[in-house]
Design a protein around this ligand. Sequence first.
Ligand SMILES: Cc1cc2nc3c(=O)[nH]c(=O)nc-3n(C[C@H](O)[C@H](O)[C@H](O)COP(=O)(O)O)c2cc1C
Length: 164
Amino acid sequence: MPSLQIIEASTSGHTEYVVGLLTDLLRRDLATWTLLVKRAEEAQAADLLAGDVLLLASSTWNTGGQEGQLNPHMFALLRDRANDVDLTGRKVALIALGDDRYFYTAGAGAHLQSFVAEHHGVEIIPMLTIVNEPYGQEEKVKHWGEELMKTVQGNYELRITSYE
Ligand SMILES: Cc1cc2nc3c(=O)[nH]c(=O)nc-3n(C[C@H](O)[C@H](O)[C@H](O)COP(=O)(O)O)c2cc1C
């Protein structure tokens, strides 16, 4: 059974809310997949390699005193504990949250993309960016979730077919 490993970093609960919307949708419509959800503060490098598809979700923070950074928990995971991980060929999807009161709005997204590129992962769908509170943006999240499902199912079938 294929699996999707989600790693989320959330401080006031916004990212967690978005991931919750997604997991409700995925559990309903992607029943043949195993969904693994872990908080970044509890994750280790090995968790980035645990699923067939990796989904990283982070809000934007002023980590290290500078705006536009990863949430501190995601920063500690990606830039410390998992800094040597090899994502070569791994399928990755990304979610970034932020607030337009900040100059580097949702800047966590660019950091997630840099991490994936530097570690040779493959982004399989354009990143989902949620600016400001996610409440009221449920349709956007669901639409992205549907695109993600189409992509991962397509990818998986493609991979199985190529083995025949
Ligand atoms: C200390 C702090 C710093 C933040 N810095 C930024 C920032 O630089 N850019 C941005 O777009 N949003 C910034 N935000 C806003 C959060 O990213 C936004 O509220 C997000 O929805 C929070 O998600 P979370 O509850 O999952 O952590 C900051 C919020 C806090 C509390």
